[in-house]
Design a binder for this molecule. Structure first.
Ligand SMILES: Cc1cc2nc3c(=O)[nH]c(=O)nc-3n(C[C@H](O)[C@H](O)[C@H](O)COP(=O)(O)OP(=O)(O)OC[C@H]3O[C@@H](n4cnc5c(N)ncnc54)[C@H](O)[C@@H]3O)c2cc1C
Length: 429
């Protein structure tokens, strides 16, 4: 039987845990950031790591992990302290999420969707232009969401993808919100909706549109729809290559009444956030920083003959292994360095260089994690990819990173090249 998380929490000694992904002294972390990262690592290493294979095998949502995240105060990580949360800023959240990603990718990735519901409606909205009246109303609405999370352990998701160009930011979302008395009637479909059937609220992006109006990205709404609302259904199965525990099935909304208080951002604010706070789209990457570290750590343990579940056979004496580990370490240090810098400078109205760095970090992490996992399997050899060990799961899970819209690896390359060669408004005409 798995011991309950709080028991392990109290019992665990820092010396029994893996070293932090980002050493607080070397990376000059605040005491608050370091303490939250320690808490997450203790929980993930001692509890989540053991459960991860089962969630993956059965493509089952990590419900027990979410109960433990709630008990550990981590569902409310980005909710302000005055409202009962842990008061983490963007960078702290990112570092904590990377620690969880080391031990259970599906938990870290789906938890990202939940946390972003509070980060986007919280610190990010605080940085944007709102009228005093909008700000007051938003404050009232978001405290409702925060209370549910802190007091009841409510879980939020972020289903945006529709299978068309909207999730990449190209066109307006096809999911429509038609204004009606006291709110909206929402209809549409969301694909790859992590936490489908398991979240209490689906935080969807949709387009507000009246009769005879043309759909515009400026009219994007961000609404928290109760999972139990009439007209909401979860359809299809979920049997993917990796990140199986995210249970990212399809959601259908059919004339769902959504009250005004369900807005997670005031009208027009999502469009402003997407243009002025681009690092909001970098939050899927921490999970994969964790996966990159996990693949590297596995390799070192395995070649030293210290990987639990394998015979104590040393393989580190072969020069080819040493060269491969060096190559992996260089890739790992490179991706962690650019990522740490990018998450450190997240904020409103970044310079062009800062945005290019954020895309670079996303690309380096999402492609790098899977590359390191590939090298890990090649270097450790056949026995390392047995399902009894975590490496083959890390290899499959890390393959999913560069597919995440709106910043897929392809789109990052596209944008970096264009931004490097053209100033805004420049053409070759
Ligand atoms: C494990 C997992 C969990 C997920 N969870 C969520 C979730 O919780 N919420 C959510 O909203 N989504 C989620 N997604 C969805 C994800 O963000 C994508 O929307 C999804 O993978 C579908 O994308 P696609 O590759 O089929 O998209 P397509 O739109 O078919 O794109 C295919 C590829 O073409 C490229 N491309 C797309 N548009 C352009 C363009 N304009 N210019 C150049 N290239 C372009 C991109 O590189 C993209 O990878 C999840 C995906 C995975 C794999």
């Amino acid at each position: 039987m798995t011991a309950s998380a709080p028991d392990l929490f109290e019992a665990v000694r820092p010396a029994d845990l893996d070293p932090p992904l980002f050493d607080p002294k070397a990376f000059r972390l605040s005491a608050h950031t370091a303490a939250l990262a320690d808490r997450a690592r203790a929980l993930a290493q001692t509890v989540f790591a053991e459960r991860a294979a089962g969630y993956d095998r059965d493509a089952r949502f990590p419900t027990e992990n979410y109960q433990d995240l709630h008990k550990a105060g981590l569902l409310a990580i980005c909710i302000p302290k005055e409202q009962g949360g842990a008061g983490a800023d963007y960078k702290t959240y990112a570092i904590v999420a990377a620690e969880i990603g080391r031990y259970c990718g599906a938990t870290a990735l789906s938890w990202n969707m939940h946390v972003c519901s509070t980060l986007w409606s919280g610190a990010i909205v605080d940085d944007l232009d709102l009228t005093p009246q909008e700000r007051e109303e938003h404050e009232r609405r978001r405290s409702l969401h925060y209370r549910r999370i802190v007091e009841e352990g409510a879980v939020y998701s972020q289903p945006f993808s529709e299978g068309g160009a909207a999730a990449a930011g190209g066109v307006a979302f096809e999911t429509r919100a038609v204004p009606t008395d006291g709110g909206w009637l929402v209809s549409g479909k969301k694909i790859f909706a992590s936490l489908a059937g398991h979240a209490d609220y689906y935080g969807i992006l949709c387009t507000e549109i009246g009769p005879d109006e043309k759909a515009s990205r400026r009219n994007t709404l961000y609404l928290a729809i109760p999972a139990k609302a009439e007209g909401v259904s979860v359809v299809g199965d979920w049997d993917p290559l990796g990140m199986r525990g995210t249970v990212s099935r399809t959601l259908i909304f059919k004339d769902v009444f959504v009250p005004e208080e369900a807005a997670l951002m005031p009208r027009g604010t999502y469009f402003q956030a997407a243009s002025r706070w681009p690092h909001m789209f970098l939050t899927l990457s921490p999970t994969y920083v964790g996966q990159a570290q996990a693949a590297y750590d596995f390799t070192v343990r395995y070649l030293r003959g210290e990987q639990p579940g394998t015979p104590p056979v040393k393989r580190r004496q072969y020069p080819t292994k040493q060269i491969a580990v060096a190559e992996m370490r260089i890739k790992l240090e490179q991706l962690k360095a650019v990522w740490f810098q990018a998450v450190s400078e997240a904020g409103a109205d970044p310079s062009k260089d800062q945005v290019i760095r954020a895309w670079t970090a996303q690309y380096a992490v999402m492609e790098g994690a899977n590359d390191i996992a590939r090298l890990a399997i090649r270097t450790c050899g056949g026995q390392s990819m047995l399902k009894s060990l975590p490496l083959e799961r890390i290899f499959r899970d890390s393959r999913c990173g560069s597919l995440m819209l709106p910043w897929t690896a392809e789109l990052c390359v596209d944008r970096i090249g264009r931004a490097a060669l053209y100033e805004p408004g420049e053409t070759d005409e």
